[in-house]
Ligand binder design. Structure first.
Ligand SMILES: [Zn+2]
Ligand SMILES: [Zn+2]
Length: 160
């Protein structure tokens, strides 16, 4: 059990934010928020629902999705779409950040740079577009997978 001497889990913020929008904080919203915010990695709705099964059985996947969508709308969680269409969520980091996704193991890494920089925002504004938010996702091969593949595969031969 982790002690929460100060509201480092953000539950008080969640209360305030929901009330601000005329919404009630429910035990289930609280739990979903806690799972997302306590995960070091970015989590999917399916992952969250699996954890909820032990804590609060009977919450359906659509309910989890709806709650996450609500959180994303309110800016409580950050939502990112993967190439395969899956959605992943994270909180915690106060600053917006970019992501790197490994095509081999599927892991997602935080990259501590803004997901949208001023050059892109300026370019968008030249089209009369106002940027609210943006995602930068870099796809490639992580260091572990690179090393693993380099060890497993024979040295590259130029087959025709
Ligand atoms: Zn990898
Ligand atoms: Zn992240």
């Amino acid at each position: 059990m982790q002690s929460t001497t100060r509201t480092s889990d953000g539950s008080r913020d969640l209360d305030a934010l929901l009330h601000e929008h005329g919404l009630r904080n429910t035990p289930q919203r609280q739990l979903i928020y806690r799972i997302v915010s306590s995960s070091p990695q970015h989590v999917s709705a399916v992952h969250i629902q699996r954890q909820l099964e032990d804590l609060m059985p009977g919450i359906s996947l659509p309910t989890v999705y709806a709650t996450l969508e609500l959180f994303a709308e309110l800016g409580i969680v950050h939502k990112m779409a993967m190439v395969d269409g899956a959605m992943l969520y994270d909180t915690g980091q106060q600053r917006p950040h970019a992501h790197m996704v490994c095509r081999e193991c599927g892991r997602i890494f935080d990259l501590d740079i803004p997901p949208v920089n001023s050059a892109e925002i300026n370019a968008a504004s030249e089209h009369g577009f106002t940027v609210d938010s943006g995602d930068l996702v870099l796809h490639g091969l992580c260091g572990d997978c690179r090393a693993r593949l380099a060890g497993t595969l024979p040295s590259p031969t130029t087959a025709d």
